[in-house]
Design a protein around this ligand. Sequence first.
Ligand code: SF4
Length: 264
Amino acid sequence: MRRQEGGDVAVEARPGSEAWPAAAQALEGRPPAEVLAWAAEAFAPRVAFGTGFGAEGCVLIDIIGRHRLPIEVFTLDTGLLFPETYALWRRLEERYGISIRAVRPRLSVEEQGAAHGPRLWERDPDTCCAVRKQAPLRAALAGLDAWITAIRRDQTRERSQARTVERDLRFGLMKVNPILGWTTEDVWAYLRQHDVPYNPLHDRGYPSIGCFPCTGPVRPGEDPRAGRWRGSRKTECGLHASHPARALPVFRAAEEGGGDAHPR
Ligand code: SF4
């Protein structure tokens, strides 16, 4: 065991050891840079950050890039992202000198139209997300021991139950959420302080940005995610656990025999 520079959280670099679940639990509420350094120490090279280039994702890319952490960054390129999002993708790569890997669905948008009919997102967004997001994510996570996300607890009811380090039962690996306890204000204060590039759509009323057919601006006072799948009951892409049983705090996972499922 070693102690993380600049912090007081003990870092156990070997998942599967007796002390590791307690070390992971101790990361609750710690600074994101500390959590990311821990994740790199514990899991690299079998760890990656999946981003959709939201404001929160830009924070984590900045930390990973500036500290040169050995954490791969990837994005789910559905083929339906806003031009502004594709431009931000390139800008972040240039700014930090990193390559952000594109993870694409098996079917192009045209092939999906031929197989399922045009504009599937209007008729059956769950199937569309399954094809264009969930299946590619599952493929991207295969072979990894942990993935990092930029979710925050206050974004959705589903995310309110998340832990900084938890076992993702849906995808079968560890999940690390370094800015879980941050607020919108925390995110924007960080972006401004560090002059981090972000999507200009945020300045045009889009607090949450996904695929262009399913994302619209929100009105003042609306929920920040009200522009996603507006008019339907859908609130999530299905990438993050929608039920507590699909994600366990790491210490519980260990008690239940899952905490050392990914030894080096
Ligand atoms: Fe399809 Fe919309 Fe999901 Fe994108 S967000 S994969 S367009 S349903």
